[in-house]
Ligand binder design. Structure first.
Ligand SMILES: C[S@@+](CC[C@H](N)C(=O)[O-])C[C@H]1O[C@@H](n2cnc3c(N)ncnc32)[C@H](O)[C@@H]1O
Length: 342
């Protein structure tokens, strides 16, 4: 983490500087929509870049059968996280201060979640490499990333803030955000009233706006950027999971195996013309996801990647969403998954 990124999160611990604020239960609640065995029995889970731990503590409380580690480069954020864990009586969680990829950590994990962190690293590939090194043989990696298509406008606003902000660190940056009349439109991330479902306090709004417009390092990505990023990192598979966009939040379901309801989306459902739908359906998985992102222009997206038997721990929807990893012979694919990569 650059010292500027560190300064930002020391000044504005994300997502909330208030240990009294509500936990963010959404990841814990929705885990069964990703993992078929969501019990996490005896598993070790790392939240890399856990911030103030509002998501991590909710996960730890929902899964007393697992052990959780929160790692973050911001001491102030970890202070809030420790306080939060104590207040809620979460005894199955510990915290480590450190920066990817420099942190030396001997532990290995069965599940690593890393939400809204990698795109803030000066070298996302080095961060990804660190994450994969800390995965067990059957480990699963869950990433949430900014999406380049939906974030284009915000990146321009951020550039204007950087251009006009006087020296004075993150507080001066936020002051410039206010003077320009900018505020992060949470609805464009599918969370019109914030992640906890309740309105943000002024301190939380400041944190979200500083994170959105003052962050010195932001590198939004697209689905197609992920296979080359994973190249050579020893992962067996990569799959699309979810998109966040102005119209809502949807799980991607390339094979159309989930119920035809509002929670799920297939690329073909975004194209009205029958002949074009047929053409789209004949494309490979990465091109179908490409059509989906071109149509929805997401602000954020999630992917899963794993090793060994980890794919079998995921719901069948994830098996239908596999994206090709480069230089990987289909002969090496886990049995039964070869045909899914057209
Ligand atoms: C936008 S916040 C996300 C926090 C949390 N994952 C969430 O989704 O609520 C980004 C977090 O990543 C941390 N961070 C940024 N770069 C890091 C790095 N290289 N190593 C460890 N933590 C980092 C920051 O300190 C901050 O807490």
């Amino acid at each position: 983490m650059t010292s500027e990124v560190a300064r930002l999160y020391e000044a504005f611990p994300f997502p909330s500087p208030e240990p009294e604020s509500g936990l963010i239960d959404v990841v814990a609640r929705e885990m069964p929509l990703v993992l078929s065995d969501a019990s996490l029995d005896g598993r070790r889970v790392l939240d890399a870049g856990c911030g103030t731990g509002h998501t991590l503590v909710a996960l730890a409380l929902r899964h007393p059968e697992a052990h959780f580690t929160g790692m973050d480069a911001s001491r102030r954020s970890l202070g809030v996280a420790r306080h939060l864990a104590e207040r809620h009586g979460a005894t199955n969680v510990d915290f480590v201060h450190g920066t990817m990829p420099q942190l030396g950590l001997t532990d290995r994990f069965d599940l690593i979640i890393c939400f809204s962190v990698l795109h803030h690293l000066p070298d996302p590939r080095a961060g990804l490499s660190w994450l994969t090194e800390h995965l067990n043989t059957d480990g699963l990696l869950h990433l949430w990333l900014y999406h380049a298509l939906g974030e284009h406008g915000r990146m321009l606003d951020r550039e204007l803030v950087q251009l006009l902000a006087p020296p004075g660190g993150p507080a001066a940056g936020l002051d410039t955000v206010r003077k320009l009349g900018l505020t992060l439109p949470l609805a464009e991330y599918g969370f019109p009233s914030g992640w906890t479902g309740s309105a943000l306090s002024q301190a939380e709004q400041d944190v979200f706006d500083a994170d959105a417009y003052v962050n010195p390092v932001v590198r939004p990505l697209r689905f197609g950027d992920l296979p080359p990023l994973f190249d050579g990192l020893g992962m067996d598979w990569l799959a699309a999971d979810r998109v966040y966009f102005p119209g809502g939040v949807k799980f991607i379901d390339l094979d159309g195996i989930e119920p035809d309801d509002d929670q799920y989306v297939r690329p073909e459902s975004l194209i009205g013309d029958a002949a074009l739908r047929v053409r789209l359906a004949a494309l490979g998985s990465l091109d179908r996801v490409r059509a989906l992102e071109l149509r929805l222009r997401p602000t954020g997206f999630r992917v899963l990647a794993g090793r060994g038997a980890s794919l079998d721990r995921c719901v069948p929807r994830i098996k239908g969403n596999l994206l090709p990893l480069p230089r990987r012979s289909t002969e090496d694919m886990p049995a039964g998954h070869r045909d899914e990569l057209r």
